[in-house]
Ligand binder design. Structure first.
Ligand code: NAG
Ligand code: NAG
Ligand code: ZN
Length: 243
């Protein structure tokens, strides 16, 4: 009897820790409840993603320097909520005197940022970090097309099972920067992580133009991750007619 009671208590503790730490994209662990994990998700005033008016992209704005190199023997992880690539990456951003290095990149279906209220099929997030741990993220949009993406090819061909990792021999990372015209048209703002703990102080660069992704490439990504897009956040002091 006594050990049964202890078991029940242990199960309750275990269930509550899972509940507190985990998040999803619908229901009682969905974005509306992420404030239970960290209140920044609800009370933050510079949260991401946002809806960006198209005209804002026209304004020229880019980092002081940006470099992307092709990479070998990187790691791909199926995190359930997302597919993430990390290790042995080689890309840099310079903002003022601060140098940021590429830590990881991952994907969202559909896109998290919107343009004039419209979303795209995929958004890639290239997450950079400086030596003090400050974050800067480049967002790149993709729409389904007849054209295959050579960047996505090795990624969708090597998706591991859920919660597993694999190695990818080669990714043509430099093509990403060429495709977005060396970031000549990007929207720059201060925002947050789009997943709990929704930490603020993230320097965002949302790039244009939108890139093509092959239909099969897209379906492999989407069928693995499912819907993993946080709804757009209202910005303080920003009037948006589309909301
Ligand atoms: C991007 O801007 C640079 C100058 O910063 C210019 O040299 C280059 O031609 C532009 N590239 C494209 C594709 O627009
Ligand atoms: C919430 O996130 C912030 C960073 O945004 C962190 O400093 C804080 O410790 C977190 N709080 C909890 C309760 O996890
Ligand atoms: Zn992301």
């Amino acid at each position: 009897m006594k050990s049964y009671l202890i078991l029940v208590i242990l199960l309750i503790i275990k269930a509550s820790t899972i509940f507190a730490a985990d998040y999803s994209y619908s229901g009682s662990t969905g974005p509306a409840f992420w404030g239970n994990i960290n209140e920044t998700c609800i009370k933050g005033e510079n949260q991401s993603p946002i809806d960006i008016p198209y005209d804002e992209f026209i304004k020229f704005n880019k980092p002081d320097n940006v470099e992307f190199y092709n990479v070998n023997n990187v790691e791909i992880e199926n995190k359930g909520h997302s597919i993430q690539i990390s290790k042995n990456l080689n890309a840099k951003l310079k903002i003022g005197d601060n140098e940021y290095n590429l830590l990881q990149f991952h994907f969202h279906t559909p896109s998290e940022h919107r343009i004039n209220g419209n979303y795209h099929d995929v958004e890639a997030h290239f997450v950079f970090v400086d030596k003090e741990g400050k974050l800067s993220v480049i967002g790149v949009f993709y729409d389904v097309s007849d054209q295959q993406s050579k960047f996505f090819d090795p990624i969708v061909s090597n998706i591991p099972n859920k919660n597993e990792k694999k190695s990818i021999e080669f990714i043509e990372l430099s093509s990403v920067l060429e495709d977005i015209n060396l970031m000549n048209t990007t929207y720059n703002y201060f925002g947050s992580l789009t997943t709990p703990p929704c930490t603020e102080g993230v320097i965002w660069w949302v790039a244009h133009p939108v890139q093509p992704i092959g239909k099969d490439q897209y379906l492999k990504l989407r069928d693995t991750m499912g819907f993993n897009s946080r709804y757009v956040q209202v910005r303080k002091g920003f009037v948006n007619n589309n909301l």
